[in-house]
Design a protein around this ligand. Sequence first.
Ligand SMILES: Nc1ncnc2c1ncn2[C@@H]1O[C@H](COP(=O)(O)OP(=O)(O)OP(=O)(O)O)[C@@H](O)[C@H]1O
Ligand SMILES: [Mg+2]
Length: 364
Amino acid sequence: MHITQIRLTNFRNFSAADFSPHPKLNFIYGTNGAGKSSILEAIHVLGFGRSFRTSKSDNFINQQSQLASGYCQFENEGQLTKLGFSRSIKEGNTFSINGEKTKRIIDVVRLLPVQIFTPQSSDLILGAPLGRRRYIDWLVFHVEQQFQFKNSRYQNCLNQRNALLKQFDYKQAEQFSLQDVWLNQLADLGESITSYRESYISLLNGEISALYKQFYPELNIVLRYNTGWEKNVPLKDSLKKRIERDLFRGSTSSGPHKADIQFIVDGKNAAEFLSRGQLRLLVSILLLAEVILLRNLTNKPCIFLIDDISAELDEVTREKFIATVLEQNAQVFVTAIEKSQLPFIQDYNNKKVFHVKHDHVIEE
Ligand SMILES: Nc1ncnc2c1ncn2[C@@H]1O[C@H](COP(=O)(O)OP(=O)(O)OP(=O)(O)O)[C@@H](O)[C@H]1O
Ligand SMILES: [Mg+2]
């Protein structure tokens, strides 16, 4: 799978940009503010349905305009697909597949598996649990057809139950229980989501520890999944046990929406033990492991975006990282300020180099 064409219109600083990437390696360079991250951002919107830089999509509409759009054509096993999005200040988001509009972003997201590595990616380890749940869900979502269906039903039940919790006082546990029609479904779906996640964490552990050994043969890494409720207790029992507390708070406090992942290096919490550069390397390994598993389990390669490769990664690591992603048949887009930051790239034949300047993407 690879993107064969990208077109941006009124997206950030680009009024119009159009280029044809290489199926393997694409090196995008240019000065600060040239628009390198914006190109990756547009690909991210096509792959995830949202930006990685802002939660307000209006921010990426060019200041002189009312509407931003992005388009790509990609090839998968000989078949061409066209994906498009537009963001209008008045009408919000629109997505299209082969020219047909779709309301369901999920249909778009399923088509183009995209991974992204940026200087902010260390937040995967240092930041809030939501990022870690998104990390594991990315892999499960792209492999397991049923997962998204269960996840959205779970979210729906959770919202309904939370709304019901808010209607009662914390002293009314008994009355609430009589009306808690969501309990069984929430517990079943929650257990199912958890067992998906747990089995993929276990697969990831194998890949991650093998990759990590290539960089630090002396260190062991383990991912530990915390389910989001008490150990060795069925979710249904935990939900029942916490009714009084949940009524007090007005929300459900146990379940996979509260899950988290711990990263343990040689028995210690990675966030407190590793240096900034080592953390960033670990994140690159976490993402690589997902790309490898996705390929092994589904034969689907992915699009790998690497923004500002030089930040905190030494040259040997940069080279090894890019080489490993390319081995997985992924299409890579990597940005840097200067060509000299990736000297080894000159040895690659399968690549295109793009210079971003004056709001244009120029192939060299
Ligand atoms: N909505 C917008 N309309 C017009 N220009 C914008 C908009 N949002 C951001 N910009 C500008 O777009 C330019 C490109 O930003 P971008 O972050 O893509 O640059 P970059 O090449 O990644 O730079 P750096 O090397 O510093 O990371 C910047 O000058 C930024 O101020
Ligand atoms: Mg940038």
